[in-house]
Design a protein around this ligand. Structure first.
Ligand SMILES: CC/C=C\C/C=C/C(=O)SCCNC(=O)CCNC(=O)[C@H](O)C(C)(C)COP(=O)(O)OP(=O)(O)OC[C@H]1O[C@@H](n2cnc3c(N)ncnc32)[C@H](O)[C@@H]1OP(=O)(O)O
Length: 728
């Protein structure tokens, strides 16, 4: 770490370099050096003006996020330094290059002028890590750019471009050449000029004709978007304070709210999620393959087979990532339907991108081609198969691909559960076969589950990870098992939800509890959205229901374990969910989206319980939450023990980005660590004793081992996997 201070054309140029070569975040030492530099500049009569810049073309990514969970909370010292900058009698100009985020941007708000490079990005992303801009940023930004724009930037944490910053008045100038030199030139011109009007703390917050009404409406929107996350609302409260109180009082309020957030638990969860997302980029497999040694191959052209819901979204993602793509369907009729749907998606995406000043070129055959003939796949570097979830069909396609595609081409399957090794077995290149499991809608959802098979090469994994990155998705590398990570953990969760209906709950009761917990939608609304027929088909394929079910099989048992036929019964009645207008809920029409509790379901459940002599009982929220979440978590421990995922962060990133798990709760495994593993174990033991015929409630051996080992912190869990425990 280094801080330099040099005299340059009668100017002090303060710059800070961070902990790593490539930048970026500041620590106590950097703050101290900044303060010392400012004081020296102030005291030195030969210094007439000051420019603050970063190094290596980057201004600052703000505070070191890890510092917030250390006992010595370093961020707290930044506010007074920003004030010190602002009070300087010598003009201070910020030269913003690369990024200026969080505390970095707050430093520039203390400066009297701000110049940005045309490619710079700015923002106050504290809300995304559960905090608020606590170095007086919530008080200065509204004074500079007005309340509506400040609210938007602070409560969303979004990054803005230099051109947007200029429009908003956040920066004074945008330059294409050397930003530091431009800042020095400006600082030179400012020597001797009055600065009072440039000190933001002395300025009033620009008035709105209807401030009160505006704030009332804004709060409703902020709360709705927040879905239980505390930070956006407290950001709002801090900005509101700026509109009502003098600067110094506003700063006091900001500090008070900051401390609430810092100790709320949500900040810790969100900061964990920030690092978890980065940790999964550094993938490894049990055989020793790793991101360190594997190199991705370039993907210059890709193909997607199947233009159903998933295929359409995948094509859209590839086009947005500027990868030329061929979209293939089985016949012209399907192709034309698929083509229309893809074009509609792309038009919508293009419109959204235009609003952000970007363009999307998709009407060019070199970028997007539609075909029915497999021969067009001869020159592609990678194929993603996204056909119907049927092993025989997938094998037929992979066999064909293996014969037609060039030998170096990678073959990916978008299966959500099927065996990658079995699919790869029909090809002559199993080392280049991999699962790329997208989530619906594929052009929106960030998760890409990347599943390696027994023969998948490290290069293939690295290439799939690189593809995820280019598509702006989060790739998570996992092993091959039924349902992989996400769906395997989802299965016991949904199963418990259905068992709860058998015992006395209603779909809306269960959904409400899980939505209050923070899920975007509960399990029954989710099933209705996805289509109940999907699971029904899979259960028929597995022989759990339908014509292949052995005669005389008990209605509520399969292979000696508890089974609920409720979803099958609904499907037999044509209730497939939203698509048929009826499922666990009723909808205004087929394809309708507004779920209404359905009295038919209530009486159907009651008749079902009578038929099977189940005594209806009241089930409280605690039991609903525990049975659904703890079985999901329990499965997570088995997944870790089997080496299907290399750490709990992987499971958490999957759940946050693919299954609507509330990010401010850090993911299921992080949540388990906050509840305490002994508590989870005790509850699973209790429910398992009550329901001995449900194996998913039996505590995982790995969970038991961790408890026996003294409930170690989540970061240490994996190190206990192969350790002996004499307490078990
Ligand atoms: C009262 C106190 C008040 C105020 C004090 C100030 C508060 C703050 O400033 S809070 C911090 C606000 N800043 C952020 O939230 C920025 C977080 N970082 C990012 O968004 C991104 O990292 C980036 C846009 C800056 C760069 O993105 P990219 O180029 O994709 O790189 P990575 O995300 O992979 O990051 C590289 C590397 O750096 C680590 N890192 C980045 N920022 C921080 C940070 N602020 N603190 C600690 N570590 C940071 C990141 O984890 C990566 O590390 P690894 O390579 O080990 O994975």
């Amino acid at each position: 770490m280094r801080v330099t201070f040099s005299l340059f054309h009668a100017l002090a140029v303060l710059n800070w370099l961070l902990a790593t070569e490539s930048l970026i975040y500041f620590s106590l030492a950097v703050l101290q050096a900044l303060e010392d530099g400012l004081k020296r500049a102030d005291a030195d009569p030969s210094v007439k003006a000051v420019t603050i810049c970063g190094e290596n073309g980057k201004f600052s990514a703000g505070a070191d996020i890890r510092g917030f969970s250390s006992p010595n909370k370093q961020g707290l010292g930044l506010g007074p330094i920003v004030s010190l900058i602002e009070r300087s009698e010598k003009p201070v100009v910020a030269a913003i290059e690369g990024i200026a985020l969080g505390g970095g941007l707050e430093v520039t708000l203390g400066c009297h002028y701000r110049i940005a490079h045309v490619q710079a990005r700015m923002g106050l992303p504290e809300v995304t890590i559960g905090l608020l801009p606590g170095a007086e940023g919530t008080q200065r930004l509204p004074r500079l750019i007005g309340v509506p724009a400040a609210l938007d930037i602070i409560t969303t944490g979004r990054h803005i471009s230099a051109s947007e910053a200029l429009k908003l008045g956040l920066v004074d100038e945008v330059v294409e050449e050397n930003t530091v030199e431009a800042a020095i030139r400006l600082a030179n011109r400012l020597i001797g000029q009055p600065l009072g009007h440039r000190r933001l703390s002395l300025k009033p917050v620009p008035k709105l004709p209807n401030m009160e009404a505006f704030l009332t409406e804004a709060l409703v929107k902020v709360k709705k978007r927040a879905q239980g996350c505390l930070a956006p609302e407290l950001c709002f409260q801090a900005i509101k304070a700026a509109t009502e109180q003098p600067f110094a009082d506003g700063v006091r309020k900001e500090r008070e709210l900051f401390n609430i957030l810092l100790t709320s638990g949500q900040a810790k969860a969100l900061q964990y999620a920030f690092f978890a997302e980065r940790a999964v980029e550094k993938w490894t497999t049990p055989s020793g393959a790793s991101w360190k040694t594997a190199s991705p191959q370039p993907i210059r052209k890709a193909a997607v087979i199947g233009l159903g819901t998933m295929g359409r979204g995948i094509v859209t993602s590839l086009v947005k990532a500027k990868i030329p793509v061929v979209a293939l369907e089985q016949d012209l009729e399907y192709l034309n339907t698929g083509r229309k749907a893809v074009m509609l998606l792309l038009e919508r995406e293009a419109m959204k991108m235009e609003q952000g000043g970007q363009t999307l070129d998709f009407n060019n055959p070199a970028r997007l081609q539609f075909a029915v003939d497999f021969d067009v796949l001869r020159d592609v570097d990678l194929v993603i198969e996204a056909v119907f979830e049927n092993m025989a069909l997938k094998k037929e396609i992979f066999n064909k691909l293996s014969r037609i595609c060039k030998p170096e081409a990678f073959l990916c399957t978008n299966t959500s559960a099927l065996n990658i090794d079995e699919i790869a077995s029909v090809t002559s290149r199993p080392q280049q076969v991999i699962g790329t499991h997208f989530f619906s809608p594929a052009h929106v959802m960030r998760l890409l589950e990347i599943i390696y098979g027994r023969h998948t090469s490290p290069t293939t994994i690295a290439t799939a990870m690189q593809l995820a990155k280019v598509m702006k998705k989060v790739g998570v590398v996992v092993g091959n098992c039924f349902g992989f990570v996400g769906n395997r953990m989802m299965f016991p969760y949904v199963q418990q939800a259905v068992f709860l209906l058998e015992e006395g709950s209603r779909p809306e009761d269960v959904d409400q509890v899980l939505e209050d917990f923070g899920f975007k939608i509960g399990p029954f609304r989710m099933s209705d959205l996805a289509g109940l027929d999907v699971g029904w088909r899979s259960r028929k394929d597995q022989g759990l229901t339908g014509p292949t079910l052995a005669p005389g099989t008990s209605a509520r048992q399969r292979h000696g374990y508890r089974y609920s036929p409720l979803p099958d019964l609904l499907c037999e009645k044509g209730r497939f969910g939203q698509k048929t207008g009826k499922g666990w809920y009723q909808y205004e029409k087929a394809g309708g989206r507004t779920a209404k509790p359905d009295p038919w379901i209530h009486s159907f459940l009651s008749e079902y319980r009578d038929t099977h002599q189940i005594k209806t009982r009241f089930i409280d929220q605690e039991e609903i939450l525990e049975r659904c979440l703890f079985t999901l978590i329990n499965e997570g421990f088995d997944i870790l023990a089997e080496g299907i995922a290399s750490g709990p962060e992987h499971l958490d990133v999957v759940y946050i980005n693919g299954y609507g798990w509330p990010k401010h709760r850090g993911g299921p495994m992080f949540y388990a660590s906050t509840v305490g593993l002994p508590n989870i174990l005790a509850k699973l033991q209790k429910y398992s004793e009550i329901h001995p015929d449900v194996p998913q409630l039996r505590p995982s051996a790995f969970l038991k081992k961790l408890v026996a080992m003294g409930n170690p912190p989540l970061n240490d869990w994996m190190s206990y996997l192969h350790r002996q425990s004499n307490k078990l």
